[in-house]
Design a binder for this molecule. Structure first.
Ligand SMILES: C=C(O[C@@H]1C=C(C(=O)O)C=C[C@H]1O)C(=O)O
Length: 369
């Protein structure tokens, strides 16, 4: 078939456009390489100042991403652009020092997804079997950072994580929020019309309860330790399906029978980045505290009054049973601001006078991505 004049025009045009893209790629390549070399210089400067230095700077990375999002002219949306820059920074940092991150495993969990979202794909991520193991690895210095879930918008707080902070010297260095999409997954061998058993983590069952009641009212729901574990089990049984996320589906080669079955479309989980580092101000920060109050009337009011007076914005308040005599009431409090902000420092001073004990778990940049 011969080209019509207009086809020839458009193919000439296509050739030109592709030439432009090649030229742009050459420029991007040169610029990324220059950026990487610059990051290596930064590493040398840091090393010359302090041999045991930490190369990773959470506050600086947050500033870089926020700046890119503010400058982004489109047509790519700002989150997409920030994700690209996230990966560039991750690769640059890996040149300085590959960052090691432990997370609540096994491989394929949402926590791994959160770890990679925060640190980028160049980070080395190591699965742990339980939340307290993630804490232990960080405390022992076996890894640079850890990632643990702390609250879900549908199911509430992850108590294991809060409890682990009570007996630990670990700091919070960052947060990351992940939209959680659950899918109904099957294997090639699954008889799709005969699904009589569904595996998943109890939290995921809870987040998909209405959908399951409507579509699989008679299937047996079998709770397992993780969504990744559920995905693995499906491979061995022709009458079973699993509820899990994209990473687990990819890892175990499963098919998405129905996508996004979570009851609430805004279902999301917040994860904490834990480490041994005190993070300087980034300009848009949050602080987490654990506070023990004596068991007396008005204790909670006394605790919150200085927050109100200093106009500090609380973002979360949780109560946990105490595990020692002194710690009658234990409150976990998140608020906007950094502990070095003068207003926050003044407020903390007053809270310290009223409480039996105050521990600043960390000030860290608000999640960017
Ligand atoms: C280059 C630096 O070190 C690391 C790499 C960064 C980057 O690639 O932009 C930013 C912060 C650090 O995690 C720096 O501190 O500026």
């Amino acid at each position: 078939m011969s080209d019509s004049p207009s086809n020839t025009d458009s193919s000439n045009n296509l050739d030109e456009l592709r030439e432009t893209i090649d030229q742009l790629d050459t420029d991007i390549l040169r610029l990324i390489s220059e950026r990487a070399a610059c990051a290596q210089h930064v590493a040398n400067v840091k090393l010359s100042r302090d041999k045991g230095t930490v190369f990773y700077r959470p506050e600086r990375e947050a500033q870089v991403l926020r700046r890119i999002m503010a400058l982004n002219p489109g047509p790519l949306d700002s989150e997409e652009m920030a994700r690209l820059f996230r990966e560039i920074m991750s690769a640059c940092l890996a040149l300085e020092q590959p960052i090691k991150v432990s997370y609540l495993g096994p491989e394929g969990t949402f926590t791994q997804q959160a770890a990679l979202k925060h640190f980028g794909e160049s980070a080395i991520s190591l699965p742990m079997a339980a939340i307290d193991e993630v804490f232990r690895e960080v405390e022992a210095g076996a890894v640079n950072y850890g990632v643990v879930p702390v609250e879900n918008s549908t199911e509430g707080v992850v108590n294991h994580t809060l409890d682990s902070f009570m007996d630990s010297s670990i700091r919070i260095c960052g947060e990351v929020v992940l939209r959680i999409h659950h899918h109904l997954l099957v294997a090639d061998t699954t008889r799709r019309d005969k699904v009589s058993r569904i595996y998943s983590h109890p939290q995921s069952f809870a987040q998909c309860r209405k959908w399951l009641d409507a579509h699989f009212p008679h299937a047996e729901r079998v709770p397992v330790a993780s969504n990744a574990e559920a995905a693995k089990l499906v491979k061995t049984e022709w009458h079973s399906a699993a509820i899990a996320g994209d990473m687990a589906a990819k890892l175990y080669g499963l098919t998405l029978l129905t996508e996004k079955i979570e009851d609430r479309p805004d279902n999301s989980t917040r994860f904490l980045i834990i480490g041994n580092q005190d993070v300087p101000r980034s300009g848009d920060d949050k602080t987490s505290l654990v506070v023990a109050m004596r068991n007396q009337p008005g204790a909670l009011h006394d605790l919150l009054e200085p927050f109100h007076r200093h106009q500090i914005d609380l973002t979360r308040l949780e109560t946990r049973p105490s595990r020692s005599g002194v710690w009658n009431y234990v409150f976990f409090i998140d608020f906007k601001g950094h502990h070095e902000d003068p207003q926050v420092a003044a407020m903390l001073e007053e809270v310290r006078l009223r409480a039996a004990e105050v521990k600043v778990l960390g000030s860290y940049p608000q999640g960017v991505l």
